[in-house]
Design a protein around this ligand. Structure first.
Ligand SMILES: NC(=O)c1ccc[n+]([C@@H]2O[C@H](COP(=O)([O-])OP(=O)(O)OC[C@H]3O[C@@H](n4cnc5c(N)ncnc54)[C@H](O)[C@@H]3O)[C@@H](O)[C@H]2O)c1
Length: 436
């Protein structure tokens, strides 16, 4: 099929490359001329495992193209909107400017039989407004507006896209359903369920899913705090509850609080929708508030590990992205942590395998280093903020030899107390009170 993606960011690029790999003819259109030029040179603007090879192979086969020219949308049978929906300044609702701009731009150009599919995460009712715009600008056609929210995770995006747990299709129009089914048909071998629902239901499924996952994380984070006080081990609690199929083991890793480009903004937008409809979502409100406080409060763990003050001391922060295998620093917990450390008078050295360029404008006062060991030079504490694979097997003796004091604050629970004790480190983790 002929598919166009509007927006070649994380979601547009991964989805476009995967659709091309399914055998469709895909054009990814993005306003950002630099991004498009880079993509046309074979340079991938984001760090996502496997994406470079997938893009290259499909470009070579002639199935995947990148352009800035919106008029190329004219031949598409399906147009996916994958532009950003960031938090709106001021009220925290989803900013739909890019979505509506994109729809207004493409509407006059679309073929009368095209289907417009929203992949961006958008509040309930956005599809209705998209349909209204399409009717207003295209009186000659009944172009369908479908919701097809995306559930991929950064860092595992291709695997998630090609092996989804479900594909949610929000439309009651049978022809539009057939178009979407045809686009995803190559996945039938993996038998992911296509879940046909109304457009509003599809829009809400995405927010409810993210709010639920954010709740799971926040729940275990609070249990971790309790573990520290009562002498229990949160990792064992997670395992003990996660083995119950009704609960499930995923998203039960205690840490510094959730971040990233989706959970914080999506919980915030869901709360706004709920307020608009006069239905307070108290659980989600609490999750959001608890998580916000938690990220900055992680600095207190470092202060405690350094005997009550970080003033004038050097802290090495390993990991600046919100999770491993991505270069995305949007709403990363490392940002409020480092800001708080600076506020408390610490000097911060930082290292991240992929996210340093993205972090620099957000954290200009950090001294950026070329490796974990160089970040640790002269440090009074090393803080592990992101669980990159390379931080799981640090040479502890080498690390200690360059540090001013042997202190590790492990916000991702990737080490054990006994190995740290053996290496003569003072070690603090999350929700594990093992004396160390
Ligand atoms: N990043 C994720 O892991 C993820 C997962 C699921 C859903 N989502 C949702 O998908 C949407 C996109 O997220 P993202 O992370 O890919 O965003 P992004 O910021 O990485 O990419 C958006 C792209 O859209 C382009 N753009 C904006 N307006 C345009 C227009 N009118 N025409 C052409 N291009 C335009 C921008 O230049 C940018 O390259 C958001 O709603 C997000 O919530 C993201």
């Amino acid at each position: 099929m002929r598919v166009t993606m509007i927006g070649a960011g994380y979601v547009g690029l991964v989805s476009g490359a995967c659709f091309a790999d399914f055998g469709h003819q895909v054009i990814c259109i993005d306003k950002d001329a630099k991004k498009v030029a880079a993509l046309n040179r074979g340079e991938i603007p984001i760090f996502e495992p496997g994406l470079d090879a997938l893009v290259e192979a499909n470009m070579q086969q002639g199935r995947l193209k990148f352009a800035t020219d919106t008029t190329l949308v004219k031949d598409a049978e399906a147009v996916f909107i994958a532009v950003g929906t960031p938090s709106r300044r001021g009220d925290g609702h989803a900013d739909l400017t890019y979505v509506y701009e994109a729809v207004r731009e493409i509407a006059p150009l679309l073929s009368a039989s095209a289907v417009v599919v929203t992949k961006s995460t958008v509040p309930v009712g956005t599809g209705d407004e998209i349909e209204r715009i399409l009717r207003e600008l295209r009186k000659d056609a009944e172009i369908q507006a479908v919701s097809n929210p995306e559930f991929l995770r950064e860092g595992a995006a291709i695997q998630d896209f090609k092996h989804p747990d479900r594909i949610v299709v929000g439309t009651e129009d049978p022809t539009a359903r057939d178009v979407i089914a045809e686009i995803y048909r190559p996945l039938y071998l993996n038998t992911p369920p296509l879940l046909y629902v109304s457009r509003r239901t599809a829009e809400l499924i995405k927010y409810a899913a993210n709010a639920f996952l954010a709740t799971k994380i926040t729940f275990i984070n609070e249990i971790a705090d309790l573990c520290e006080q009562v002498g229990a081990d949160v990792q064992e609690v997670s395992r003990g509850i996660g083995l119950d199929n009704r609960i499930g083991g995923k998203f039960l890793h205690a840490g510094p609080g959730f971040g990233g480009s989706c959970f914080p903004k999506d919980t915030s937008a869901l709360l706004k929708t709920a307020q608009d409809y006069g239905v307070p979502l108290r659980i989600v409100e609490t999750v959001s508030a608890v998580n916000e406080q938690r990220k900055r409060a992680m600095a207190r763990k470092v202060v405690t590990a350094l005997d009550g003050s970080v003033r004038g001391k050097t802290v090495a922060v390993l990991g600046l992205t919100f999770k491993p295998n991505t270069d995305d620093t949007r709403d990363s917990p490392a940002i409020p942590l480092i800001t708080a450390l600076h506020d408390l008078g610490a000097l911060v050295r930082g290292y991240d395998p992929a996210g340093m360029e993205q972090a620099k404008p957000l954290l200009p006062a950090v001294t950026y280093c070329s490796s974990a060991y160089s970040a640790a030079e002269g440090a009074h504490a090393v803080v592990i903020a992101t669980e990159w694979e390379q931080f799981r097997a640090l040479d502890l003796q080498r690390l200690k030899s360059v540090m001013a004091e042997p202190v590790i604050v492990d916000l991702r629970n990737i080490y054990r107390h006994d190995e740290m004790r053996r290496a003569n480190f003072r070690y603090r983790a999350i929700g594990r009170s093992g004396v160390g």
